[in-house]
Design a protein around this ligand. Structure first.
Ligand code: XMP
Ligand code: MG
Length: 183
């Protein structure tokens, strides 16, 4: 798809590719420092976190391992219910591991607070969270994000891994989807 074809579906770019890469480099320096000498496992949440994971992981100079989970909110509809179903589980035994969950976005916070508790219950030494985006105005539960990229307004955004009906994930920036696309 040609870039301008996607751009016609957007109202506003919220975070540019350049800002994302700058921020991930900054977070990577902090992560390297905090986990120096430890054996870090990055857990990416499919599918939205694919781009964040790919870019963050390559900013890290130290040895890391990567694994993936796919989860979905159990309830019907578009809002998180807080009950989460595992669609694809990890291949890794978490006992004694230092785990960093890598997520695209925190909306209500329900998915991540469930996931953090779930991974902790498997005997991990530590379970922290890195999220590129957060919508503070949508928070239903407090999530303790150790590494955060950007706070954004409570609008539906796409790009850099985030989708609408599986599209727009390949957009390099994070942008607000134009209403004409879903109305
Ligand atoms: P909660 O509410 O549990 O949900 O924090 C987080 C998940 O909801 C999805 N989500 C979005 N996806 N644009 C998207 O493409 C958005 O603006 C958006 N807000 C929430 C996303 O899957 C995330 O993992
Ligand atoms: Mg997601």
């Amino acid at each position: 798809m040609h870039a301008t074809e996607i751009e016609a579906d957007l109202t506003e770019v919220l975070v540019t590719e350049q800002q994302i890469h700058g921020k991930l480099a900054e977070l990577a320096r902090r992560i390297e420092e905090d986990y120096a000498g430890r054996d870090l496992l990055l857990v990416g949440v499919l599918k939205g976190a694919v781009m964040v994971m790919a870019d963050l992981a390559r900013e890290l100079g130290s040895h890391i391992a990567m694994d993936w989970m796919a989860v979905s909110s159990y309830g019907a509809g578009t809002t998180s219910s807080g009950v989460v179903r595992i669609l694809k589980d990890l291949d890794t035994d978490l006992a004694g591991r230092d785990v960093l969950i890598v997520e695209d976005i925190i909306d209500s916070g329900l998915t991540l607070s469930w996931l953090q508790a779930n991974l902790r219950s498997r005997g991990a030494a530590s379970v922290e969270i890195c999220a590129l985006l957060r919508k503070p105005d949508a928070a239903k539960v407090d999530v303790d994000v150790k590494y955060l990229g950007f706070d954004i307004p409570n609008r539906f955004v796409v790009g850099y891994g985030l989708d609408y009906a599986e599209r727009y994930r390949n957009l390099r920036d994070v942008a607000i989807l134009a209403p004409h696309v879903y109305s």
